[in-house]
Design a protein around this ligand. Structure first.
Ligand code: NDP
Ligand code: BG6
Length: 513
């Protein structure tokens, strides 16, 4: 007799209560959510997914009845999974608080099932295991595909055929990369749609879950002082900058097949650009927002080779330490031309943004780790104080910086009189530093996105037409780079990247922030 069939005293006395495998009372009118992490033995699951699930549990955001199941080929017992997961859980919410008890309760709700990704039978066994935990509640199921893309479709097929919910919803979170170009992305979408409806597919771009990216719309649409300035009339250029101070360590095999343009620009930076530049949506409804994002992406010019600079990091010795070149990684083919850095100028051909350069820069193994949006405003016409800036008029313009990470902040560079009897101006910052203003820890992007997927909120997930539009901008360029075997400009590990990025910006009268 399975535990959930075991009748409780309550049932014998006429109520409709049973117990599930974890010993919880079952009420048939209740619902439960089962979250299956497919690829649970992997890097992303350990680093991000399980910790995010724990944080949601800690904050009381998960439904009362939930089950988390790890699924992968590796052989593991439930206890071994719990042990693996426990090593990466931290008490993020309040580091001083002892959250051992909560961790223990959370881990009790985590289980493991070993199986192949292409075996309907193995997924049918998973289904049986999940049912033991769900009992006769309405069972909602979320599958998180944290596996390499070549096995996405096998896993989706088996999960949907053998383990989808019989009486509730079934949703699937798909991790990037969503193909390598327009054709492969369309093929992936087509295959996914053989087994799932579009509303069941949650394509994740974790940059959309970052606090300051979510705040972009709030900043624009709920402050009178920004939206009227948000156009070619006042904005000179916009910059989207991503930099990491480490190389592809450990992920060279994956990276070499994609490169920085596909890894960061086509998705993370372009998504931020779309949110930045879109027209006001009709409402905050997911479809209204995504409609506006698609519109702006479709108004953009596909990238031209002459508007792009690519680079690759080379070995560099500093302070007696030698940092490796990209091609020193054993998993990277010798002589690989894959860019680890790229800078690009993009244009939106619509009335709001005509002629405004949107510059992107993304690189690995640079001097710093950060992600920022920089909005440089035009000169004040006939500025009375121009002479205070000498010939360097660029310094006199306002700049709005949205620092996505680290040290989240929004600051506005303004000109200000230096206090005193003379008339000297300097550049000062109106500064909203999150750590100083808000005491609460900022949630990790994966927490927000997982919660949204559980709640069916699609605003921060990528719709298939958005994905098509994004690929059409980059595919011709990517093909040309590969066909012409364009040699990247080599830059030392830990530097500011290729000097070509400065020439590109200068061509559009832009200075990188
Ligand atoms: P891993 O390479 O760690 O793979 C996850 C699991 O999949 C492995 O533990 C392994 O489990 C199984 N697996 C790996 N290779 C194969 C294979 N060739 N055939 C069958 N199964 C395989 O991936 P990550 O955890 O790093 O990433 C998962 C997904 O998330 C990928 O799509 C990745 O592109 C994406 N992603 C990852 C990020 C990261 O920081 N790691 C960031 C953003 C996206 P087992 O052998 O036990 O079955
Ligand atoms: C991933 C890329 O999508 O984003 C990685 O594949 C990159 O190459 C990572 O390191 C950066 O994410 P974050 O949140 O650490 O800035």
């Amino acid at each position: 007799e399975t535990p959930f069939k075991k009748l409780k005293d309550g049932l014998l006395s006429g109520t409709s209560l049973e117990e599930d495998a974890a010993g919880f009372d079952i009420n048939e009118n209740e619902s439960t959510v089962s979250i299956t992490v497919v690829g649970a033995s992997g890097d992303l699951a350990k680093k991000k997914i399980f910790p995010a699930l724990f944080a949601l549990y800690y904050e009381g955001c998960l439904p009362e009845h939930f089950t988390i199941c790890g699924y992968a080929r590796s052989k593991m017992t439930d206890a071994e999974l719990r042990n693996m997961v426990s090593r990466t859980l931290t008490c993020r919410i309040d580091k001083r608080e002892n959250c051992d008890e909560k961790m223990e309760q959370f881990l009790k709700r985590c289980f493991y099932h070993s199986g192949q990704y292409d075996s309907e039978e193995n997924f049918a066994d998973l289904d049986k295991k999940l049912k033991q935990h769900e009992g006769r509640r309405v069972s909602n199921r979320l599958f998180y595909l944290s596996i390499p893309p070549n096995i996405f479709i096998d896993a989706v097929k088996c999960a949907s055929v053998s383990a989808s919910s019989g009486n509730g919803w079934t949703r699937v979170i798909v991790e990037k990369p969503f193909g390598r170009d327009s054709e492969s992305s369309a093929a992936l979408t087509k295959s996914l749609k053989q087994y799932l409806a579009e509303e069941q597919i949650f394509r994740i771009d974790h940059y959309l879950g970052k606090e300051l990216v979510e705040n972009l719309s709030v900043l624009r649409f709920s402050n009178l002082i920004f939206e009227p300035l948000w156009s070619r009339q006042y904005i000179r250029n916009v910059q989207f900058i991503f930099s990491e101070d480490f190389g592809t360590e450990g992920r060279g095999g994956y990276f070499d097949n994609y490169g920085i343009i596909r890894d960061i620009m086509q998705n993370h930076l372009l998504q931020i650009l779309a949110l930045f530049a879109m027209e006001t949506p009709v409402s905050l409804d997911a479809e209204d927002i995504r409609n506006e994002k698609v519109k702006v992406l479709r108004s953009m010019r596909p990238l031209q080779l002459e508007d792009v600079v690519v680079g690759q990091y080379k070995s560099h010795t500093k302070g007696g330490v030698t940092y490796p070149a990209y091609t020193d990684d054993n998993t990277v083919p010798k002589g690989s031309l894959t860019p680890t850095f790229a800078a690009a100028a993009l244009f939106i051909d619509n009335a709001r943004w005509d002629g405004v350069p949107f510059l992107m820069k993304a690189g690995k193994a640079l001097h710093t780790k950060s992600a920022e949006i920089r909005v440089q405003f035009r000169h004040v016409p006939g500025n009375l104080y121009n002479r205070n800036f000498g010939t360097d008029l660029d310094r006199a313009t306002n700049e709005l910086v949205i620092r996505v990470q680290p040290d989240e902040a929004i600051y506005l560079k303004i000109n200000n009189k230096v206090p005193g009897l003379g008339m000297r101006l300097d550049r000062s910052n109106l500064n909203l530093l999150y750590a100083a203003r808000y005491s609460k820890e900022i949630p990790d992007a994966y927490e927000r996105l997982l919660l949204d997927a559980v709640e069916g909120e699609r605003r921060l997930f990528i719709r298939s037409d958005e994905l098509d539009a994004a690929w059409s901008l980059f595919t011709p360029l990517l093909k040309e780079l590969e066909e012409k075997k364009v040699i990247p400009e080599y830059y030392p590990y830990g530097s500011r990247g290729p000097v070509g990025a400065h020439y590109l910006a200068a061509r559009y009268n832009v200075r990188w922030g």
